[in-house]
Design a protein. Structure first.
Lengths: 114, 110
């Protein structure tokens, strides 16, 4: 099992360019998430998908869009990148069971916007 | 608003020197508290889930405990390979509502 995979690992964009970050999981999880991690701040939720066919905004959704392509794949799109979107982006997946659910993370995409 | 505060921000230990990391939280209706380990340039790796006060979980040199206001990650006789950032997170309300702390960066010196 590869778990959660993300592509690309690194990306440099110029202000105004667009790009899509890809995420896939092979754990048959229903829920998937996109976070960003910035120095001195905890992981912050951008968007999530509770199940295939649904997406919802998290804490910091502005400037991003998502697509839940199928149960395995969840992509994050930056339509017009800004320097404030320079960050490390993590995808996660989980399967709610009873009281709570544990999120499993991918290796991350390091994005720099110049 | 849910809040998670981790202390200290950084901790430097000699190999074999036991210590504890703290995670204090303020939530309404705790469903679970998570501990993750994050190595530089990697994604968070799941360690433990704790559900209720008094619960303890162990894995190798790590033991996590939970009270109604905080959790501790005890590291017994650490080794250099335990060096990492340790993240605490709480889940309250809906399944998707997870609040992360900013982490404690642990360095274990040989």
């Amino acid at each position: 099992n590869a778990g959660v995979t993300q592509t690309p690992k690194f990306q440099v964009l110029k202000t105004g360019q667009s790009m899509t970050l890809q995420c896939a999981q092979d754990m048959n999880h229903n829920s998937m998430y996109w976070y960003r991690q910035d120095p001195g701040m905890g992981l912050r939720l951008i968007y999530y998908s509770a199940s295939e066919g649904t997406t919802d905004k998290g804490e910091v959704p502005n400037g991003y869009n998502v697509s839940r392509l199928n149960k395995r794949e969840f992509s994050l799109r930056l339509e017009s990148a800004a320097p404030s979107q320079t960050s490390v982006y993590f995808c996660a997946s989980s399967e709610p069971t009873g009281l709570t659910d544990t999120q499993y993370f991918g290796p991350g995409t390091r994005l720099t916007v110049l | 608003e849910d809040q998670v505060t981790q202390s200290p921000e950084a901790l430097r230990l000699q190999e074999g020197e036991s210590s504890s990391l703290n995670c204090s939280y303020t939530v309404s209706g705790l469903r679970g508290l998570f501990w993750y380990r994050q190595d530089p340039g990697k994604g968070p790796e799941f360690l433990f889930t704790l559900y209720s006060a008094g619960e303890e979980k162990e894995k190798e040199r790590l033991k996590a405990t939970l009270t109604k206001k905080e959790s501790f990650l005890h590291i017994t006789a650490p080794k250099p390979e335990d060096s990492a950032t340790y993240l605490c997170a709480v889940q309250a309300g809906g399944y998707q509502k997870v609040t992360f702390g900013t982490g404690t960066k642990l360095q274990v010196i040989p």
